[in-house]
Write a protein that binds this ligand. Structure first.
Ligand SMILES: C[C@@](CO)(OP(=O)(O)O)[C@H](O)COP(=O)(O)OP(=O)(O)OC[C@H]1O[C@@H](n2ccc(N)nc2=O)[C@H](O)[C@@H]1O
Ligand SMILES: Nc1ncnc2c1ncn2[C@@H]1O[C@H](COP(=O)(O)OP(=O)(O)O)[C@@H](O)[C@H]1O
Length: 311
C-alpha cells in the first residue's frame, strides 16, 4: 500500500569515525581486504533531513556548514544517501515512495572519516522513519552492510571492533572520553586507490588474517590516553604516504607536546592527533593553525553515539 498522509520531515545526525586501529590483511577473492579495526565515533556530524514526497522521486541537495553548495559531492544516484534511500524503498517494496534529502555536511569529503557512509546511515534511519517503514535496527544493519563496509558502524557509533571487510561490528566499551585535534586537507583521497597501493607495497606478502588490536582494546578499557597513544596503528598509512608524501609534514607538525600521538585516519588524508585533555586540544589547534600545514584544524572528542533522530 502506498504511503498516504501529511508531509513529514525527519532530521538525523550522524557522527564521523576515526580508526584507532586498522589492521589490514590480504585482498580476498571478492576484492575486499580482511580487516581487524577499531572504529571510534567523534562529535563531528553530518545532518540529513528527509522530507517525504509522493512523486516516487529520490533527490538530494548537499550543502556545507555555511549553507553553500558542494559541487564535488555527487547529487545523482551515486550519492550514498540516495543509494541508501533506494535500497530501503526496494526492501519495503513500495516503489511509489519518494523523498527529498537535504544533507548539511561537516565531515570532510573523501577524508578517511566515512562522511559518505555517515550520510548513507543517516538516510536509512531518516527514510525508515519518514516512510514509516518500521524496519528494526537489525534489518537496517543488514541493509547498511550492502551499502558500504563502514555504514553499519555509523548506525551504532561509540567504539566497535570491525571484522570481515569492516561490516561485522562488536561494540567495545571505553572508560573515558578521548580528545582529538584533526588536521583536515581540502583535497581528499580515493579509498580504492589507497587499498590498491597497499597491495602494490605488500607485493603479495599480506597476511590472511589480521591480528586483533588487543593494545587498543585494552587502552579503551583502561581509559588511559597514554596507553592509547602507543597503541594507535594504521596499516594503510604507508600506502597513503606513498601516494601523498606531503602528508608526512602534517604528521610531524605537532612536535613532541602536547600531542601524545598522530595517526592518519582510515585511507586518509585526515591526520588525527590524540591529546590528553580539552585544554591541550585548544593549544595544539592554535599551534597547527599558525603553522598552516593543514587546510583546516578542528577539535573533537569521542566516543559518541551513532545515527540519531534529532527532530
Ligand atoms: C578505509 C576505511 C577504514 O574504515 O575507511 P575510509 O578511509 O574509506 O573512511 C574502510 O575500510 C573503507 O570502507 P568504505 O569506504 O565503506 O568502503 P566500501 O565502500 O565498502 O569499499 C570501497 C572500496 O574500498 C576497498 N575496500 C574497502 C573495504 C575493505 N575492507 N577492503 C577494501 O579493499 C575496495 O576497493 C572497495 O571497492
Ligand atoms: N553523501 C556523500 N558524501 C560524501 N561523498 C559522497 C557521498 N556520496 C557519494 N560520495 C562519494 O564518495 C567518495 C568518498 O567519500 P567519503 O565517504 O567522504 O570518504 P572516505 O571513504 O574517505 O571516508 C567521495 O569522493 C564522493 O565522490
Amino acid at each position: 500500500m502506498p504511503y498516504v498522509g501529511a508531509v513529514r520531515s525527519v532530521k538525523v545526525r550522524v557522527p564521523a569515525k576515526i580508526n584507532l586501529a586498522l589492521h589490514v590483511g590480504a585482498a580476498r577473492a571478492d576484492g575486499y581486504h580482511q580487516l581487524s579495526t577499531v572504529f571510534h565515533a567523534i562529535d563531528m556530524y553530518d545532518e540529513i533531513t528527509a522530507t517525504a514526497t509522493h512523486d516516487g522521486a529520490i533527490n538530494v541537495e548537499v550543502v556545507d556548514v555555511q549553507g553553500q553548495p558542494m559541487p564535488h559531492v555527487p547529487v545523482d544516484r551515486t550519492n550514498l544517501a540516495v543509494r541508501a534511500a533506494a535500497v530501503l524503498r526496494d526492501r519495503l517494496d513500495e516503489p511509489d515512495l519518494g523523498v527529498h534529502l537535504h544533507i548539511r555536511k561537516t565531515i570532510p569529503v573523501a577524508g578517511g572519516m566515512a562522511g559518505g557512509s555517515a550520510d548513507a546511515a543517516g538516510a536509512l534511519l531518516a527514510c525508515n522513519d519518514v516512510w514509516r517503514g518500521a524496519l528494526s535496527r537489525d534489518e537496517l544493519d543488514a541493509l547498511a552492510a550492502t551499502l558500504g563496509s563502514d555504514v553499519p558502524f555509523l548506525l551504532h557509533g561509540g567504539n566497535a571492533l570491525g571484522a570481515g571487510r569492516g561490516e561485522l561490528i562488536t561494540p567495545v566499551l571505553s572508560r573515558s572520553t578521548f580528545h582529538w585535534v584533526l588536521g583536515v586537507y581540502a583535497e581528499g583521497m580515493s579509498t580504492p586507490a589507497v587499498y590498491a597501493e597497499f597491495d602494490r607495497l605488500a607485493g603479495g606478502r599480506g597476511v590472511n588474517t589480521p591480528d586483533e588490536p588487543r593494545d587498543v582494546l585494552a587502552a579503551l578499557g583502561s581509559g588511559d590516553p597514554d596507553a592509547l597513544a602507543v597503541a594507535l596503528r594504521n596499516d594503510l598509512a604507508p600506502a597513503a604516504l606513498s601516494l601523498r608524501p606531503e602528508l608526512l609534514r602534517g604528521i610531524e607538525a605537532a612536535g613532541p607536546a602536547p600531542a601524545l600521538a598522530a595517526v592518519i585516519s582510515g585511507s586518509g588524508p585526515t591526520t588525527v592527533f590524540l591529546v590528553p585533555d580539552a585544554e591541550s586540544a585548544e593549544l595544539l589547534a592554535l599551534d597547527l593553525r599558525t603553522q598552516a600545514v593543514f587546510d583546516d584544524v578542528l577539535i573533537a572528542r569521542g566516543p559518541v553515539p551513532g545515527a540519531r533522530v534529532v527532530g
